[in-house]
Write a protein that binds this ligand. Sequence first.
Ligand SMILES: [Fe+2]
Ligand SMILES: [Fe+2]
Length: 330
Amino acid sequence: MSAAKVHTTTLEEIVTPLTTLWNFDYESNVKALRDLYEIAKRDQWNASTDIPWTVETDPTQVGLLVGPEGDPLEHFDFFKDLSDAQRDDLNRRRSAWTLSQFLHGEQGAALCCGQLVEVVPDIDGKLYAATQVIDEARHIEVFHEYIGRLDRIYPMMPGLKALINAVLSAEMWQMKCLGMQVIAESMAMGAFKMMKASTGDLVLRRVLELTERDEARHVSFGLIYLKEELEGLSEQDQIALEDFALAGIGLLMSPANLEQSGQYLFDIMGEVGIDTDAAGKEMAERYEADPDLRGAGTNPIKQYAIPNLERLGLVNDRTRPRYAEMNLLN
Ligand SMILES: [Fe+2]
Ligand SMILES: [Fe+2]
């Protein structure tokens, strides 16, 4: 059935296969997941009242998704030559672009863990996943509210959308758990940590503190559950999971996705009056002369997602060379 006409510009439909499992054994059987469920109930917060929304945001203090090495654009003359007003305007829009990716990722997480309630076999897993649905609802709420202080909502990058669609469409529940809880959640937790370190805004810091705490729990769920599960999995299923992780990371690291992210930066630069042809030429020349500059900067996939795949034994002799090709090994 197609969506109501009024929503056609904002809805996107994908058809996903789901094997929904009832479990009539209500006794707890995975203690670590039950413990996590208790922690999740204890640590609920309210996006309406636990964020100091009455404090105003100074857009120059919002910060960017950058590591300790700072903003990569600072290497370029076109950026150094900007007036203060242009630089502030550019950075305000870049922040909103990044936060828009967080926002869309949060919706994706809500959709995925809604599925997890249905597909995971254990009652402890179902109860825990139910808490995560409300966690992700809160995250959608806070990022949407916050972006409104800065700018508009920017579109979702195709690599992120492709990863989440692959998770939503995966047939094995272990793939959903791996793609969302381990890869996407680790990346989100890392990105929130990085942005928290760069922001001078009290409201965003509180938003990131609370969401990061939830994301850490979401990653724990994936690691605990999959570690248990991998022990009993056939070699064929283990290989399928390894390949799913590789393919998912490959979607994020694909040249087409990276190029699209670069294109959005150029569009934003154009909006604040930067000569994008000249800036593009300078960037291309500098990258040509110093190829390391392109990959410089902290990458939350490399820093946070890959170590968790290693913890699960999914980066092994067979798959390691592929991660090395993507320059993702530490
Ligand atoms: Fe989230
Ligand atoms: Fe999450």
